[in-house]
Design a binder for this molecule. Structure first.
Ligand SMILES: C[S@@+](CC[C@H](N)C(=O)[O-])C[C@H]1O[C@@H](n2cnc3c(N)ncnc32)[C@H](O)[C@@H]1O
Length: 358
């Protein structure tokens, strides 16, 4: 591309575009929901260059996307969102400043030209009562300590969106020089037991292990798989950490929105199944799953959602639909806490407190 912009760009890749679309969709909702009642922070822990190019188009990176969303929502926010951008490379931070000027954004980020781990721990040391914070942790590699993620999740109402670079991790399992970094990442040496097993099983177990380590200190943890654009092979996972089921529900919705209803990006080669086919198959699968999981149990809808939201790939709207169909097929009974609508009609919807009798 001919240089027509006064800043540098990186080449844009398909999976990065998906990452940005999902992030933008979710972050906008997070800011709108939490920003009504709380001051907020956004930490871009690995800021990057701030801009990408594809063909003749320029696209923007996470710090710029966040700054635009914050600016758009300003009028409805309790207070301005504090934006912190960290990057070890000073040139990248300078580039981001140029982009903010070019786009005439009035964001005034705090730029931190330091290693992420040192920078975040220092900020957390100095600000023990941090406002709810969205931490975007998006490195090229996997040099992240789980102990730092744990500290981040201690900040009330905070969330972490983390790039778990599976491809790189897999290549380094068993390489001695990477041992210490991997122990820091997993917070244990258990991954060593998994390094020699068959590839697909290894991936599943590695992701499960990391997730279970995160679940020690975070209520809802969901890994979104992203493949290489040209092949059905995992590139990385985006892990979303939140302590509220709604966060998990909304993130799944954001992911599904850009991935044909799925909560993973399978690259350009995925089959052309339509939304409709996929939804139908999914509802049948969910019905079977719910019947076998909850056989003989009574559970409120919210209990089911809290138990299943980060354990299954299902969206809340699909779980609700499956339960309604099970009721229609007389496979379950639903006891509605409020029996009629405001206009006096018998309720057929499902609210959080309604009880499912399996
Ligand atoms: C994948 S890029 C970030 C992309 C960005 N999140 C986006 O969506 O546009 C990773 C960035 O991390 C920076 N980086 C690498 N190691 C770092 C470290 N230890 N601490 C802080 N930044 C680091 C690199 O300079 C690079 O700009």
């Amino acid at each position: 591309m001919e240089k027509t912009v006064p800043f540098e760009t990186w080449k844009y890749e398909e999976q990065t575009k998906i990452k940005h679309l999902v992030f933008a969709d979710y972050f906008d909702k997070w800011v709108k929901i939490l920003g009504k009642d709380h001051p907020l922070n956004y930490f871009d822990c690995f800021g990057g260059k701030g801009a990408y190019e594809e063909g003749n188009e320029i696209y923007f990176g996470s710090p710029i996307i966040a700054a635009e969303i914050i600016q758009r929502n300003k009028i409805n926010l309790k207070r301005d969102v504090c934006l912190v951008v960290i990057d070890k490379d000073k040139n990248n931070l300078e580039n981001i400043k140029k982009i903010l000027d070019y786009k005439k954004l009035d964001a005034k980020p705090i730029f931190v030209n330091r290693d992420f781990d040192l920078a975040v721990n220092k900020l957390l040391d100095e600000n023990p009562n941090l406002a709810p914070t969205f931490f975007f942790v998006d490195p090229f590699g996997f040099k992240i300590k789980i102990s730092t993620l744990k500290r981040m999740m201690k900040v009330a109402k905070s969330e972490v969106f983390l790039n778990f670079m599976y491809n790189g991790i897999n290549r380094n399992l068993g390489i001695e020089q990477a041992d210490e970094i991997l122990i820091g990442l997993f917070g244990s040496s258990k991954w060593k037991e998994l390094k020699d097993i068959e590839n697909r099983e290894k991936e599943k177990r590695i992701v499960e292990l990391f997730r279970s380590q995160l679940k020690e200190f975070c209520k809802f943890v969901y890994p979104y798989r992203l493949c290489f654009p040209e092949m059905n092979r995992t590139y990385y996972y985006l892990f979303h950490l939140t302590n509220h089921y709604k966060g998990c529900e909304i993130m799944k919705g954001s992911f599904a929105k850009y991935n044909r209803g799925r909560v993973e990006y399978r690259g350009k080669t995925e089959s052309q199944m339509t939304f409709f086919d996929y939804d139908n198959i999914k509802i049948d699968e969910i019905k079977k799953y719910l019947l076998s999981t909850y056989k003989g149990c009574n559970k409120s809808f919210i209990e089911i959602i809290e138990e299943q939201i980060d354990e299954t790939p299902y969206l809340v709207k699909h779980i609700r639909q499956a339960l309604k169909e099970l009721e229609k097929d007389s496979k379950i009974n639903i006891v509605r806490k409020i029996r009629t609508t405001k206009s006096g009609k018998i309720r057929t919807g499902i609210d959080n407190e309604d009880e499912m009798r399996f």
